[in-house]
Structure formats: structure tokens, C-alpha cells
Ligand binder design. Structure first.
Ligand code: ADP
Ligand code: MG
Ligand code: MG
Length: 255
């Protein structure tokens, strides 16, 4: 279970306050979505949880199954089972995708005190996973993300997610949104990886992603806080009516 209490965070440089008391509990096995106007702090929340440089937590807490995430290095958080998708679609020329994946998975296993996979073992597992996600194993041989189409990058992220077997997956969609094909890919991947022991936090600007990934709970974030929580119908509501009434209700003039 992910438990965020009264989380406040600001930019290290300049001190701009972005998160202003986020409260959010995601029970194991649940899919939560966060929507909200541009600039409300959605991406910052995912960065702060994953431990990205440049943000200072000034108040509050965030725990994953009781472990204090905020005290841990990003690698420790990953070993703890936190996965942040779609933020680093880096190209790594000269490094084969398979090598990259095996390094990531073995680093995580090592941090957990588990035995590393041999090349042979890893190959078998990655092929099985790729097959179950309908991912062409051919892309495993190519350098990481080099020349990958947008859809292939997404596919690769889903494969990374499947291989790392996280217990908490955070997906932060970019503001430009996903095209229809990429959206289908991402949602099929997420749906295939949904399980009792795994939770998701899906951050999206658009309701339509949530037609494919049916969330259990929907939150609206504005001005650095969660201002409303509801079921899937809340996403439809804001899609239809926009955010302005909600913002007014909460006395928020700008985000
Ligand atoms: P969202 O993902 O909801 O669109 P963000 O978390 O990206 O919101 O941004 C929240 C606010 O913080 C915005 O006003 C954004 O401009 C600002 N912000 C976030 N990161 C930085 C940064 N590194 N430098 C300057 N401003 C930033
Ligand atoms: Mg934004
Ligand atoms: Mg964002």
C-alpha cells in the first residue's frame, strides 16, 4: 500500500512550492488515476515519489508497505518495488536492449538479496514475458530506444515494467497525450499486468485513457493538492464540464 500524507515539496532551485499537502492512499491491487489541469503538480508528485533530483520535500510522508520512500535513494525505491514509467525514454546507442534490461533486473534482484539471472535464464524469462505481452522479441536485440517509434518505446516500457515486477507502478502520461495506437498499447499492457499484488497510479490529462484502463478510484489534483476523489464517473464529469467549477469551489484561482 502506498500512503502519502500531507506531502509538501518545492523546487530546490528557487524554492517554488509545488506540492502543497498531498494526501493519497492506494491500496494494494488497486488502480488509481490522477487528473488535473496542466501545472497542478501531477508530474512533480511522480518525481518526488521516485526520488528525482531537484525537488525538496519540506513536510509530510510517503511510504510503500510501511517503508519510508523519501529516505531512500531512487535505486532503493526501485528495489522496493516502485516503478515510474514514461519519464526516461532515453536512447542508449551501443547498448543492446536485452543487456540493458538484464542489468536493470539484476541490479534490482541484487538490491533485494536475490540471485542474479544468468544470460540464459534471463533470455528465457524475457522471451516469455514479451510473448505474453505480444511484443516482438526482435526489438530486444536493438540498441535501447535508438530509432524506436513512439509506439515501440511504449512497448519497451511495458516490457521493462513486466520484467521488474513492481508492486507500485506510476505512469505519467505526457501532456501531449498518447495517440490512439499508443494508448491501446499502454492500456493493454497495464491491463495484462494488473494483479492483486500490484497497484497503479495513472496520471493523465485525458479521460479517454481511462476508458481502456478502468480505474478503481479517480482523483483530481489542482494547485498541488488532491481536491476531489471519486469513482470512474469523476473522470467523465471533468471531461464534460472541465475543471473551472471545481477550482472555484475550492477557491483556487490559478494552478
Ligand atoms: P503537471 O504535471 O500537473 O502539469 P508539473 O508537476 O509538471 O505539473 O508542474 C507543476 C508546476 O511546477 C508548474 O507550474 C511547473 O511549471 C512548475 N515546475 C515543475 N518543475 C519545474 C522545474 N524544474 N523548473 C521550474 N518550474 C517547474
Ligand atoms: Mg504539465
Ligand atoms: Mg505532467
Amino acid at each position: 500500500m502506498l500512503e502519502i500524507k500531507n506531502l509538501h515539496a518545492e523546487l530546490e532551485e528557487g524554492g517554488k512550492k509545488i506540492l502543497k499537502g498531498v494526501n493519497l492512499t492506494i491500496e494494494t491491487g488497486k488502480v488509481h488515476a490522477i487528473m488535473g489541469p496542466n501545472g497542478s503538480g501531477k508530474s512533480t508528485l511522480s518525481y518526488v515519489l521516485s526520488g528525482r533530483d531537484g525537488y525538496a520535500v519540506t513536510e509530510g510522508s510517503a511510504t510503500l508497505d510501511g517503508e519510508n520512500l523519501l529516505e531512500q535513494e531512487p535505486e532503493e525505491r526501485a528495489a522496493e518495488g516502485l516503478f515510474l514509467a514514461f519519464q526516461y525514454p532515453v536512447e542508449i546507442p551501443g547498448v543492446g536492449n536485452m543487456t540493458f534490461l538484464r542489468t536493470a533486473v539484476n541490479a534490482q534482484r541484487k538490491a533485494r538479496g536475490e540471485e542474479e539471472y544468468s544470460a540464459g535464464e534471463f533470455l528465457k524469462i524475457v522471451r516469455e514475458k514479451a510473448k505474453s505481452l505480444k511484443i516482438d522479441a526482435e526489438m530486444l536485440k536493438r540498441p535501447v530506444n535508438v530509432g524506436f517509434s513512439g509506439g515501440e518505446k511504449k512497448r519497451n516500457e511495458i516490457l521493462q515494467m513486466a520484467m521488474l515486477e513492481p508492486k507500485m507502478c506510476i505512469l505519467d502520461e505526457t501532456d501531449s497525450g498518447l495517440d490512439v495506437d499508443a494508448m491501446k498499447l499502454v492500456s493493454d499492457g497495464v491491463n495484462a499486468l494488473r494483479s492483486e499484488g500490484r497497484s497503479f497510479l495513472v496520471i493523465t490529462h485525458y479521460q479517454r485513457l481511462l476508458d481502456h484502463i478502468k480505474p478503481d478510484v479517480v482523483h483530481i489534483m489542482a494547485a498541488g493538492r488532491i481536491i476531489k476523489t471519486g469513482g470512474p464517473e469523476l473522470a467523465l464529469e471533468v471531461e464534460k464540464n472541465g475543471y473551472s467549477d471545481l477550482l472555484k469551489e475550492h477557491g483556487i484561482s490559478e494552478v
